[in-house]
Structure formats: C-alpha cells, structure tokens
Design a binder for this molecule. Sequence first.
Ligand SMILES: Cc1cc2nc3c(=O)[nH]c(=O)nc-3n(C[C@H](O)[C@H](O)[C@H](O)COP(=O)(O)O)c2cc1C
Length: 347
Amino acid sequence: MIEKILKIGNISVKNGILLAPMEGITDLPFRVMCRKYGSDIVYSEFIASEALIRDVRKSKDKIRISDSEHPVAIQIFGSNPAAMAESARIAEEAGADILDINYGCWVKKVVNNNAGAALLKDPQLMFEITKACVEAVKIPVTVKTRLGWDKNSIIINEVAKMQEQAGAQAITVHCRTRDMGMSGKADWSYIPEIKKGINIPLILNGDIQTPEDSLNALSTEGADAVMIGRSCVGNPFIFKNSHQLIDLGIEPKLPDAKERIIACKEHLSLSIDYRQDTRAILEFRKHYSGYLRGLFNASPIRQKLVALETKEEIFDMLDKYYEFLVLEDRLMPQNNPEIPKVTCRKS
Ligand SMILES: Cc1cc2nc3c(=O)[nH]c(=O)nc-3n(C[C@H](O)[C@H](O)[C@H](O)COP(=O)(O)O)c2cc1C
C-alpha cells in the first residue's frame, strides 16, 4: 500500500489526488463537487492577471471561493512580474490557500501574449514572475508547467530547479510538451529525473483516466501527488474511487445511475445558486455527457437535456430517465473510461 504525504505550506494531504485547473470547467460549483467526492486540493480556472487587476467582472467572479472547498488554489497567468504579483495579492485576499502560476497553457491566445507555456522559452522571466509572486503574498506559491516547448527543448529539469530557487513550494508537470497540445500520450517517465533535482513536492499530471491510473501515477518514483483533469468532468467520483483503491486497497465502488443522477442534480443546483441567472443552465450542458457516460440509452437523453431551459424540466427528465433504468434493470454504466472531449475555450 502506498502512503505519500504532500505538504504545501500548512496543507498536508495523504495520497493526494488533486483537481486540475480547467478553464470553463473548474468554477466554484464544480470545485465544491470535487472536494465532496474526495479531491484533496482543488484548482480554479486560470485567470488573466491583467484582467484581474483591471477588475474585469468575470475575473473577479472566478476568484470567488466557498467555505466548503478549502484547500483551494487560485491559478493566474500573465507575463508581467509586477502585474502577476498584484493579482497574487488579490487572490490571497479572496481567500486562496495556494497561489498557482500557469506556465503550461498551450493555446494560441495565451501563448501569443507571452504567457502560459510561452514562458518555457524564457525560464529567466519565469523565475522572475514566480519570485515576484512569492514576495507579494504569504500563502504558498506553486507552479504548473509542461516538459518543454517541443521534443527538442525538454527543459523541465532546469525549470524545476529554477522554480524552487524562485521560491515555488510545489511544481505540477503536465507530462507533454507545448507543441503536443493535448494530443499524443503524456509521458510520466520524466518524473523520477525531475524529482532528483528538487526538494519541493512534484505533482504528476496527464492522462489519468481511471482509479487504476491514479494508483500507477502515484506509484511513479518521484511523484508526491497526482492531478486529474478531463477524466473528472461529469465524474467527480474518480477522486473517491481512486482513494478507495489507493488508501484502502479495495476495488473502487463505481457510481451507479442513482449516484450519478443525484450528483448531476446537486451540481446543477449549485451552479444555478452560484450564477443566479440563466447562463448557469446553458453552461452546465457540457457536464451531462460525463454524468451519464456509459449509461444505457444515454445519448438521446443527453440530446434532450441540452435543449431544456429550466431546472424543473431537467430534474423531471433525469427522474424519468432513472425510473426507466430501474425498469430496464440497467443501473450500472458499462465500463467506459475514455477521456471526455472537453476543450479549452481559449483554443
Ligand atoms: C477544458 C480544459 C481547460 C483547461 N484549462 C486549464 C487551465 O485553466 N489551467 C491549466 O493549468 N491547465 C488547464 N488545462 C490543462 C489541465 O489542467 C491538464 O493539465 C490537462 O488536461 C492534462 O490532464 P488530464 O489528462 O488529466 O486532462 C485545461 C485542460 C482542459 C481540457
């Protein structure tokens, strides 16, 4: 049985399974759901430092934190050390437990502004940004990045050391290069070597799709914790299931239709309470396929759900679907672990 302790500042978690930051996905309601279902630390969507400073309404909205989601990391991105330091202070004031810096986003809109993964071409500027943030706040500063810009410039070992020197208290590595985007396979084999050069925690990220993958990833030499992105969309249960397997050594109890539908309704209700307008129902549409994944005859139900506009209609359809599954004796989903197709809106 493995027992790895992840320590970041005062936060200490055993066999940490973390929720990855995902733009358009990891808003407050989803983070609350993931904490409830066993994620040990949750990360916000990335927030542009310049927008945060200018007080853009949407950015302020993204730093709202609920009492029930701690420990929570707010992630920021940008390329100007002073602006990053200022937005780090805003995140700290908003109640973040960790300030995370994005050095891994691959999408053009971010990279063309010399932010996200573009900084892998300028490790010195990366160093200065992290240092400026570390000096600006009392909460721990962590960073999330990739292996390098492309396969000919894998500089993660140097970057990790420099980030530690700059004061970062943990580093998450999405085990792909920038030019891979989200394609190809994440290569975890870099993790042991990265860890040999640093004394701060190393968090492994990329292609964890099942509780068994969580176990394998956490067993990787040098990995102090693991982080899950796409596979938890509509499937926050993966955190609990991973802990069942890793901590208790028991076969994960996969959620049946009842648990999935209850969670889907709870998540939708939280989203409506949080947004307080009709956008909540529109933005929630991306979550149905995850919650219903693998369930019998889910496809036509999902198509109907995405056309509905009120909570009452949606709840009614989900209840009727559940009754149908009971009648058909089809409460368990078929095994279907493939990664949901969610893409970053800034692509
Ligand atoms: C829809 C979407 C949005 C993302 N947004 C962010 C983000 O805001 N910040 C970040 O560091 N990474 C972001 N990522 C990358 C994920 O955090 C993660 O590194 C990547 O998805 C690989 O992990 P996975 O294989 O578990 O999904 C995003 C990925 C997706 C699919």
